[in-house]
Ligand binder design. Structure first.
Ligand code: NAP
Length: 259
């Protein structure tokens, strides 16, 4: 299928690894030039070089913490006038409800709610002027079904989801389409570190923790970041013009709901 976005420019945040990288690769495969971001310059440059070599698109890198004001300013300077925005950042740490103080919530809100909102506020006007734009926010399955140990994530992402629900309907008439992608369990460093923590706390070997977790997913395995990226590219395509403010769950059937 021709996604109809060859030659467009996309900012893909937090994209040297994992789900962000999956999205960057799928957009590059569709012929989209990229601005890629992560904090660590080495992995970012290696991923960018790989994508340039594989897909022949232009890739500009910005090594910066997208959740800080200074880092975001650097990212936005490189990304002015983009057609496509994919928001992403690392997720908050796990814990118990008794662990989290105001500052922990402020940090989580900054990273996983206020950063994507600031990026949209900065880049939506350019898309509106052009009469075409796409935004995909990487959130979490925790928006639909809470993950108890990720209370900071549950809270911050619910806030972003509310913002997108309203804002997506305000900008749609300008040809600007905003949706959220909700990852369930995917094979990335993030899920590996959560499994390692669970193994430490329970004394169960990490391989067994992972196997038990995967057995609870109807497809019997973790998701592939490349498949996640393919859905992101579709939501950024010309075919997604009538999909507005949706929360698209990619979880291998793990969330046991009828709708
Ligand atoms: P990952 O494999 O750990 O990759 C995270 C990527 O983001 C890396 O490229 C990392 O590079 C970059 N990054 C992290 N913090 C950043 C920051 N402040 N500024 C710029 N770049 C940053 O994580 P992932 O599994 O792809 O997860 C992506 C998001 O999806 C997270 O918010 C996670 O909570 C959420 N999620 C993941 C899953 C899953 O199963 N994987 C499930 C639900 C939700 P640097 O470290 O070099 O910055």
């Amino acid at each position: 299928m021709d996604l109809g976005i060859k030659g467009k420019r996309a900012l893909v945040c937090a994209s040297s690894k994992g789900l962000g990288r999956g999205c960057a690769e799928a957009l590059a495969e569709a012929g989209v030039d990229l601005i890629m971001n992560a904090r660590g310059a080495d992995a970012l440059e290696a991923t960018a070089a790989d994508i340039r070599a594989k897909y022949g698109v232009t890739v500009v890198t910005v090594a910066a913490d997208v959740t800080s004001d200074a880092g975001r300013a650097k990212v936005l300077e490189a990304a002015q006038g983009v057609d496509i925005l994919v928001t992403n950042a690392g997720g908050p740490p796990p814990g118990m409800w008794t662990d989290w103080e105001r500052d922990d919530f402020i940090k989580a809100l900054d990273a996983n709610m206020l950063t994507p909102i600031a990026l949209m506020k900065a880049l939506l006007p350019g898309m509106i002027d052009k009469g075409w734009g796409r935004v995909v926010n990487i959130t979490s399955v925790s928006v639909k079904a809470p993950i108890a140990v990720l209370g900071l994530s549950n809270s911050a992402r619910a806030g972003l989801t509310g913002y997108v629900a309203g804002t997506s309907r305000q900008v749609a008439k300008h040809g600007v389409i905003i949706n959220n992608l909700l990852p369930g369990q995917h094979a990335t460093d993030r899920i590996a570190s959560l499994d390692a923590r669970a193994a430490d706390q329970s004394g169960v070997p990490v391989a067994q923790v992972t196997a038990t977790r995967q057995a609870s997913i109807p497809v019997g395995r973790d998701g592939d970041p490349r498949d996640f990226g393919a859905m992101c590219a579709f939501l950024c395509s010309r075919h997604a013009a009538f999909i507005v403010g949706q929360n698209v769950l990619l979880d291998g059937g793990a969330t046991n709901t009828t709708m």
